[in-house]
Write a protein that binds this ligand. Structure first.
Ligand SMILES: NC(=O)c1ccc[n+]([C@@H]2O[C@H](COP(=O)([O-])OP(=O)(O)OC[C@H]3O[C@@H](n4cnc5c(N)ncnc54)[C@H](O)[C@@H]3O)[C@@H](O)[C@H]2O)c1
Length: 341
């Protein structure tokens, strides 16, 4: 059985991906320092799958700790590298923390992977690498513009580090550029659950406002050149994102001629405005959201959505869940989390 190291396994996308990997017969271990997530995610993975996943609570910037992990866990066949800091505003405030954490951990991991004979490496990138592009929808060939934030720049640089490494290493690499992952596992046992409870992402802010955790929801920018003036994003259900990782690993398992370095967009292909998200939430929850239109925020791109043809044709991937399902599962998760607290 193939053994996959998932970094950031107790985080939002990592935990959902672990479930999908286990469902498809993979053995999984996790490495997560739990700085941005809670160990309960791993307990709940066990409730959903019946499998206990070992987490190594290490900082991936720590070369010795990473090497120790590889000494304890022999025969890791593939790595899916989710672990990173991901907040755009936080990265604008503290760029060095982002460069240190996101780049150092990648380099340390690539060294260890190469030294220990790992053959597959899947990397979590982001549509933020495209910057404020004029060309929509974006394909994997769309030229990358200036990064709008230090966070986005860490993803651009990470992709280049991987591409350079791919020229010399005996390993295959898949870069997945996620658009905007939202929603939660259908069990409502796992979902987006940051450790400090401070969330910057849109859906937890929406649900948190509805639950009275925040007084109101801020819509940053209402005068953009979009259909209702608010930013356009391509929201994609987290379980659809999760499954793409399994497909990427399966493709590397079965296709000896797979390219050494490949990039895929993961989005639905539909651009949705912030106000449309709010209205979809109001529809599935029956709750009127208290929101306020605010000035534009530094680091935000105006509009972005994916051309996902490559992932469809080459990975056999399709986004199967619609916007209402994204909001319904997120809402169920937030309510269930409250009941359990
Ligand atoms: N969620 C999104 O909207 C989104 C969009 C595009 C790309 N991504 C990328 O996907 C990946 C996963 O995102 P997520 O939403 O699951 O984030 P998350 O914060 O929920 O999970 C990341 C996990 O990595 C861990 N981590 C971070 N740095 C670490 C380090 N140095 N050593 C060990 N563990 C570390 C954190 O504790 C956390 O559990 C990230 O690389 C992120 O940049 C996320």
């Amino acid at each position: 059985m193939s053994k996959i190291l998932v970094t950031g396994g107790s985080g939002y996308i990592g935990s959902h991906t672990i479930i999908d990997l286990i469902d498809h017969g993979y053995e999984v271990i996790s490495a997560d320092n739990l700085k941005r997530s809670l160990p309960s995610a791993l307990d709940n993975i066990e409730k959903v799958t019946g499998k206990k996943v070992t987490n190594y609570e290490i900082d991936l910037c720590d070369k010795n700790a990473v090497e120790d992990l590889f000494q304890k866990e022999k025969n890791i066949t593939g790595i899916i590298h989710f672990a990173a800091l991901k907040s755009v505003p936080e990265s604008v405030q503290n760029p060095l923390m982002y460069y240190h954490n996101n780049l150092e951990s990648l380099v340390v991991l690539l060294y260890a992977a190469q030294k220990n004979g790992v053959k597959q490496f899947v990397f979590s990138s982001s549509c933020s690498v495209y910057g404020n592009t004029e060309q929509l929808p974006v394909t994997e060939e769309t030229p990358l513009q200036e990064a709008e934030s230090p966070y986005a720049r860490t993803k651009q640089i990470s992709e280049k580090i991987i591409e350079d490494h791919a020229r010399v290493a005996d390993m295959k690499y898949v870069v997945l550029r996620y658009f905007n992952p939202v929603g939660a596992h259908e069990s409502a046992l796992i979902g987006e659950n940051p450790r400090d409870g401070v969330v910057f992402n849109i859906i937890p802010r929406v649900t948190g406002t509805a639950l009275g955790q925040y007084d109101h929801f801020d819509v940053f920018g209402s005068d953009y050149p979009t259909r209702d003036g608010t930013c356009v994003r391509d929201y994609i259900h987290v379980m659809d994102i999760a499954h793409a990782h399994t497909l990427a690993i399966q493709q590397l398992d079965r296709d000896a001629n797979a390219p050494k370095y490949d990039i895929y967009n993961l989005g639905t292909g539909n651009g949705v405005t912030v106000l449309e998200v709010i209205h979809a939430f109001e529809r599935v929850s029956g709750i009127r959201l208290n929101y306020r239109l605010q000035p534009r925020r530094a680091g935000d791109v105006v509009s972005i959505y994916a051309n996902n043809e490559k992932a469809k044709t080459k990975l056999g991937w399709t986004a199967t869940r619609d916007l209402d399902t994204m909001l319904r599962t997120a809402w169920q998760w937030e309510n269930n989390k409250r009941k359990q607290a």
